[in-house]
Design a protein around this ligand. Structure first.
Ligand code: GRF
Length: 217
């Protein structure tokens, strides 16, 4: 006898899984943390596609190992920023992506994608924003001599490292730290708080009020 609950449950389960499109440029250790959390059932999300602007990004290999569709899109193969970003958008749409995750994507994401995913693009930055934005957050904090730096997860907007902040966590800077030792501690924090921020989003617990993100418990 057919179980009438089954099809509905199956549909609901499908609906409760947020489909992530992850944008990378390099190693992809944050991507790995997200994949691991997803596969372990800690995150009601799955990585639907990985897009890299660099063909040799190790993150593409990580995606392959997990059977995740992965695509390298080189900016130089497109005549302008707009067509490049439209190509990214098409891939995201083709994979029915709900939430865009920038994980070490070292380019500004175009208006084309941001407009198509309002308040649905996240970024992670290896410093406590608004301090030390840009491509060298760890190096710049160390050179400045701060005693505390950290990690920021935020919604992305059209300005680099500027959108509403979702989560931040402090990381102490020790005397004798090098860029490598500090980076190691920062990355360890990133790998915990990025999946956590994504989970909050998936559970509908993030509400944006102007510049502020309220976490509803
Ligand atoms: C991370 O430190 C992230 O904060 C920054 O780029 C780095 C990416 O590392 N935006 P990975 O590629 O995830 O290992």
């Amino acid at each position: 006898m057919p179980n009438n609950n089954m099809p509905n449950n199956a549909v609901n389960m499908q609906r409760n899984i947020t489909r992530l499109g992850v944008l990378i440029s390099g190693s992809g250790s944050n991507l790995q943390a997200i994949i691991d959390n997803s596969e372990a059932g800690q995150l009601p999300a799955k990585v639907a596609v990985v897009i890299s602007n660099k063909e040799d990004a190790y993150g593409l290999e990580r995606a392959k190992k997990h059977g995740i569709p992965n695509i390298a899109l080189r900016r130089k193969d497109y005549p302008d920023e707009s067509s490049y970003n439209n190509a990214i958008l098409k891939i995201l749409k083709d994979h029915s992506v709900d939430l865009v995750i920038m994980a070490g994507y070292m380019r500004l994401l175009g208006k084309e994608v941001l407009d198509a995913y309002p308040n649905r693009v996240m970024n992670i930055h290896p410093a406590l924003l608004p301090s030390f934005p840009g491509a060298h957050g760890i190096k710049d904090a160390l050179a400045y001599g701060v005693k505390v730096t950290g990690v920021t997860v935020h919604f992305a907007n059209e300005v680099f490292d500027e959108g509403p902040i979702i989560l931040q966590e402090a990381v102490p800077v020790f005397e004798g730290d090098t860029e490598d030792t500090l980076a190691e501690r920062i990355h360890a924090v990133e790998h915990v708080i990025y999946p956590h921020a994504i989970k909050l989003y998936c559970e509908g617990k993030l509400e944006i009020r102007g510049r502020k993100v309220v976490i509803k418990e």
